[in-house]
Design a protein around this ligand. Structure first.
Ligand code: SF4
Length: 429
């Protein structure tokens, strides 16, 4: 039996679209937003934002009100104060942490999350985390780490990258060259279970997911570790894993039937899974995905879509919408293009696709009006004004909050794009 040959675009390199870079005013959320999906995933972690009242409002309104459970995030509000007041700040922070850990013995991992107000920038949160970790982390106590969710020069999905990159140095390392698979990037538990089952059917049982559901289940990493990225915004995390000897498997991201097949095929290829075993494992779910996607084709085929840069998922989504649903790509804006991680998707876009890295929002709004797309994917700040101008919009942030990866979610993913068009048709009917 021949081993699985991963699906790649044959003429990819020659046809990859050019990337234009823009640097100007940007309209994006900050990295604190990542706390919303990270706290749901790591069930014994707490995210303590060290920030202003604005940060507290952002995190509360993004997360909504949690009625049934005590939330696993909060804000230590640091008010305006001069350098001399910083010693008090550290004392206050220590007191807040002491109260929190006393009240919540379920917390095993505490993140101090930095923000961008100037009084917070003056605080050295890495020293605070080190001090608190020494105090609480002994003998399997509470691990205390820090990262920045600041909105200065970052976009909202980078919060997850910063969080996971802070976790990597705490992973146990091994010299073993025994091959094992690591899937990197926050996935909903249901998606993780589906992928674990598919890998199992291919005979891959030594598979870890990072981040795990509990901080006590952190993976061991070494030269035998090969990792697949489940999210395209994890450049720092990937680099930190590579520094521990792990090897990245370049693959398209697992969106849609084709993306998921290509992603799984890279793992199958790396582990020498035969084609017959691979096909038997994916045949039924792939058929279900193709069928579920097909139901949305009538609404999306030949419709024009315009992406403003926001989630960093734009390039894989554009690949999915163009190849699996027949949409036309008016412009694919994305905050950053990490070529090593995105080439497998980028190379499948039509060569004449306008791909823009970064943003100059006024210029981009003008191009959007000129292109007159049927659907605009953008951040919350642009959605209302664009709707008022008569455009149909989709909030990019929903694509990160919703399980969209894998075969069983492929129909739901297509539905996220067809629903706004159906709603618009009903409104004008
Ligand atoms: S981190 Fe900065 S951008 Fe984010 S809510 Fe706080 S003040 Fe605003």
């Amino acid at each position: 039996m021949s081993p699985v040959i991963p699906i790649r675009s044959a003429t990819a390199e020659a046809c990859a679209p050019d990337i234009t870079t823009e640097r100007g005013q940007r309209e994006v959320f900050c990295g604190l937003t990542g706390i919303i999906w990270l706290h749901r995933k790591i069930q014994d972690a707490f995210f303590l934002v060290v920030g202003s009242r604005t940060c507290a409002h952002l995190i509360q309104s993004a997360a909504g009100v949690m009625i049934f459970a005590e939330p696993r995030f909060g804000t230590a509000i640091i008010d305006e104060r001069d350098l001399a007041g910083l010693a008090d700040c550290n004392e206050e922070l220590d007191k807040i942490v002491a109260d929190l850990l006393e009240r919540r013995p379920d917390i095993k991992l505490l993140f101090l999350v930095g923000s961008c107000p100037s009084e917070v920038i003056k605080l050295d949160l890495s020293r605070a985390a080190y001090r608190l970790n020494t105090q609480y982390g002994q003998g399997g106590g509470v691990k205390v780490l820090n990262y920045s969710g600041s909105g200065i020069e970052t976009t909202f999905t980078q919060g997850e990258d910063a969080c996971l990159a802070a976790l990597v140095p705490t992973l146990k390392t091994t010299d073993s060259t025994q091959k094992k698979l690591l899937v990197v990037g926050t996935l909903a538990d249901v998606v993780e279970d589906q992928f674990r089952s598919l890998f199992g059917k291919m005979g891959l049982t030594d598979v870890d997911f990072f981040p795990p559901r509990r901080s006590t289940q952190l993976p061991t990493v070494g030269p035998g570790t090969v990792f697949l990225l489940a999210q395209p915004f994890l450049a720092d995390t990937a680099r930190a894993l590579e520094n521990l000897g792990a090897q990245h498997l370049p693959a398209p991201f697992p969106l849609g039937a084709q993306g998921t097949t290509a992603w799984l095929a890279e793992a199958a290829h790396a582990f020498g899974v035969t084609n017959a075993v691979f096909e038997a494992a994916i045949d039924a779910p792939r058929k279900r995905a193709v069928q579920a996607i097909g139901k949305h084709r009538p609404e999306l085929q030949d419709k024009k879509i315009f992406f403003f840069p926001d989630s960093q998922l734009e390039i894989p989504l554009a690949r999915f919408l163009h190849h699996e649903l027949g949409m036309q790509l008016a412009e694919v804006g994305t905050p950053y293009v990490h070529r090593k991680h995105l080439d497998a998707d980028l190379n499948q876009l039509p060569a004449n696709t306008r791909v823009v890295e970064g943003q100059d929002v006024e210029l981009q709004l003008d191009r959007c009006r000129d292109a007159n797309p049927d659907l605009v994917v953008c951040g919350l700040g642009l959605a209302n004004p664009l709707e008022a101008e008569g455009f149909t919009t989709k909030w990019a942030i929903e694509l990160v909050f919703t399980p969209i990866q894998g075969y069983e979610q492929a129909g739901d993913l297509a539905g996220l794009f067809s629903r706004p068009l159906i709603r618009r048709l009903k409104l004008v009917a």
